[in-house]
Design a protein around this ligand. Structure first.
Ligand code: NAD
Ligand code: UDP
Length: 326
């Protein structure tokens, strides 16, 4: 069976994808530096799948260590999740973001090239569409987002487009939420979370007195921002399909991973409350800098070329996220 190296394997999306690939029979070599995750996740992966991964606590910017790993493990392809992902933090610490995300990816690619491995799946983001008009397909105009985090994704995309003889699936995620049905894997960021669902969960758990909705004066039907939420399990399936794609096809291809359905912040709160029979305290606050009003995907290309279709609705996303938090 194929051996796949996963960077950021202990993270939210990396861990779910790792479980899926183990269940499909792939051998996995995982790398993480635990900047935003913990070793417990590696144990959870074993608990769920009853299969061991080969794990290295390593930083993708450590070229020497990466060379040792590639020499020993000889992976066929790489799924590259490792990266910093907080927009707000990136504004505070731009150099850390450029170094970790951009320099880290260059370091990884150089090692891959050295060992003749030229197949990669990269975690990009719908943020690269922020100056276009929704809904977004893969042909929609992309540009450098305003914040450093988004710029790292845009820059890495541009770098990967220049690697002409590589086979790459560039996956633009919309808003992954939810959790593994076992409850053993979930989004568990260290420190203050950035995204909406961890804030909803923390409010529901009483760890935060109330949730702040960032603006209700957007040009949307209820004034709050609309996003395309996708279950992390559908997202992980998108990666296994993208892996089939790069193992069998040549060149670089971009794919949106979203559901194509927009949900507003207020709607998500209401659905979470109704599904989980819990009341959330919230207040309306000012807009968050850099937020776009509406962001959702057109998913025809992923559905047709990857033979992938998201299966889970927003109620299931809210239920699984809450069950895993309890
Ligand atoms: P996450 O923070 O849960 O996982 C990332 C993992 O990478 C963490 O375990 C972290 O410790 C590790 N890591 C970070 N820098 C590293 C380094 N230099 N060396 C080794 N390991 C390192 O994030 P996630 O939600 O699983 O996101 C995975 C990828 O998807 C990221 O690149 C992120 O930017 C991208 N993405 C995420 C979202 C989202 O909403 N979650 C949306 C679009 C794109
Ligand atoms: N959001 C919010 N309160 C929060 C966190 C997020 O109102 O505490 C809003 C945010 O303004 C955006 C939506 O929720 O409109 C999704 O934000 P998230 O950070 O999860 O994703 P992204 O901004 O990347 O789409």
């Amino acid at each position: 069976m194929f051996k796949i190296l996963i960077t950021g394997v202990a993270g939210f999306i990396g861990s779910h994808t790792c479980v899926r690939l183990l269940n499909l029979g792939f051998d996995i070599v995982g790398i993480d530096n635990f900047h935003n995750s913990s070793h417990e996740v590696i144990n959870s992966i074993l608990k769920i799948t009853n299969r061991k991964i080969v794990f290295y606590e390593a930083d993708i910017r450590n070229s020497k260590k990466l060379c040792e790993i590639f020499k020993k493990e000889k992976p066929e392809a790489v799924i590259h999740f490792a990266g910093l992902k907080s927009v707000a933090e990136s504004v505070e610490k731009p150099l850390e973001y450029y170094d970790n995300n951009v320099s880290g990816t260059i370091c990884l690619c150089r090692v891959m090239e050295k060992f003749g491995i030229k197949k990669m799946i990269f975690s990009s983001s719908a943020t690269v569409y922020e100056n276009s008009n929704p809904p977004f397909d893969e042909e929609s105009q992309v540009s450098a987002p305003k914040n450093p985090y988004g710029k790292t994704k845009f820059t890495i995309e541009q770098i990967l487009f220049d690697l002409k003889d590589w086979d790459i699936a560039l996956l633009r995620y919309f808003n992954p939420i939810g959790a593994h049905e076992s409850g053993d894997l979930k989004e568990s960021p260290l420190g203050i979370p950035n995204n909406l669902m961890p804030h909803i969960i923390n409010t529901a758990l009483g760890k935060m007195p109330f949730l702040t909705i960032f603006g209700n004066d957007y040009p949307t039907f209820d004034g709050t921002c609309v996003r395309d939420y996708i279950h992390v399990e559908d997202l992980s399936e998108g990666h296994s399909k993208a892996l089939d794609f790069i193992l069998n096809k040549k060149g670089i291809e971009v794919f949106n991973l979203g559901t194509g359905i927009g949900t507003s912040v207020l709607e998500l709160i209401k659905i979470f409350e109704k599904t989980n029979k819990i009341k959330l305290k919230y207040k309306i606050g000012p807009r968050r800098l850099g937020d776009v009003a509406v962001c959702y995907a057109l998913t025809e290309k992923s559905q047709n070329k990857l033979n992938w279709k998201p299966r889970f609705d927003i109620e299931k996303m809210c239920r699984d996220a809450w069950d895993a938090a309890l």
